[in-house]
Design a protein around this ligand. Structure first.
Ligand code: GA4
Length: 341
């Protein structure tokens, strides 16, 4: 079924490899010096690139292995079984549930199938009914819950470091939004099938397919993990693209639109995309840390003052932002509607 969509071919070759800044979290609980060094590194990476890699995160390898296996097993199910988890068919209401090819509601297509899940107050997957049926899928549900608990904890550690790195007095200013019982956080499990190969096609002319078109993430922060198939690319400040080498043992963190607003533009939500050229399928799992729908968002006063008092964004609620974002196409700039003039 995926074969039927004609996707715009982008370029033949993958862009150069990125030098991704790394932050090691292993000592942040043990020593104040390590904590402030990590806080500085996190803030610098968010400022320079909006993007970095986390090592020493404490999320145990066996959990990650179980997550990979459970995700692979889900996507290997017959199409009719996956369709039982589609929005409307037991997967909840759009955008939640299982879907293939279509991203959002405004005509974006990708070489992808995925599961999009809400995260409940308890930090578990608001999983589609269809995921809870049968012995195998209940195991998928359990591993998702365990994973969400672990990744949310780690995300909050990172957000506390962000606040500390910015020199804010209130270190919980960002993490509280994600820990709130009404936090609008999401989990996305993506499967990018291997690129099909035409018989006799020379490698040089093999075009790369768009797995997930270029976009910024609307939330505060996104935390991604993937298998060892490449494909993630980031746009640097000068607009050039770089390939992010995959690393199954680390997490990749990127700044979202909401954090760009809260920092008054000091951190930039980074444009990224996934291109498919490999013979191996790519599986990625992303936790999007979002605020409660009623949460008012505006540049933090402490950060506005440092810029001579100029506020780059007006105040709005997260509900307002999401409503506006869901009217856009993937590649659109969603923040421009909230900029002050
Ligand atoms: C991008 C980040 C997350 O994957 C997502 C996406 C959402 C969707 O797939 O339903 C959106 C996209 C994302 C941004 C603009 C809108 C909404 C598709 C789309 C065209 C779940 C999210 O929160 O925003």
């Amino acid at each position: 079924e995926l074969e039927q969509i004609a996707l715009p071919a982008v370029q033949l070759a993958a862009p150069p490899l990125a030098l991704v800044p790394e932050v090691d979290l292993s000592a942040v609980e043990a020593s104040d010096a390590a904590r402030s060094a990590a806080a500085r590194a996190v803030a610098k990476a968010c400022e320079d690139h909006g993007f970095f890699k986390v090592t020493g995160h404490g999320v145990l390898a066996p959990l990650l292995a179980r997550l990979d296996a459970a995700a692979a097993a889900f996507f290997a199910l017959p199409q009719r079984d996956k369709d039982k988890a589609a929005a409307g068919a037991g997967g909840g209401s759009p955008p939640f549930g299982y879907a293939s090819k279509r991203i959002g509601g405004n005509g974006d297509l990708g070489w992808i199938e995925y599961l999009l899940l809400g995260v409940t107050a308890a930090g578990a997957a608001a999983a589609p009914v269809a995921l809870s049926e049968g012995a195998d899928s209940s195991c998928f549900r359990d591993v998702l819950d365990e994973y969400i608990a672990a990744v949310r904890r780690m995300t909050c550690t990172v957000l506390e470091l962000v606040a500390q790195g910015l020199g804010l007095d209130d270190e919980g200013v960002f993490s509280r939004l994600v820990l709130d019982r009404d936090s609008d956080s999401l989990l996305r499990v993506n499967h990018y099938p291997a690129r099909p190969e035409a018989a006799g096609e020379p490698a040089e002319v093999r075009r790369r397919l768009t797995g997930f078109g270029e976009h910024t993430d609307p939330q505060i922060i996104s935390v991604l993990r993937s298998n060892d198939a490449a494909g993630l690319e980031m746009s640097l400040r000068d607009g050039t693209w770089v390939s992010v080498p995959s690393d199954t043992r680390s997490f990749f963190v990127n700044v979202g639109d909401a954090l760009q607003v809260l920092t008054n533009g000091r951190f930039r939500s980074v444009r990224h995309r996934v291109m498919v050229s490999s013979a191996r399928p790519r599986v990625s799992v992303i936790f999007f840390g979002g605020p409660p729908p009623r949460q008012r968002l505006a540049p933090l006063p402490g950060l506005v003052d440092r810029e001579g008092g100029r506020r780059r964004y007006r105040e709005f609620t997260w509900r307002e932002y999401k409503t506006s974002a869901y009217r856009t196409k993937l590649a659109d700039n969603r923040l421009c509607y909230f900029e002050t003039t």
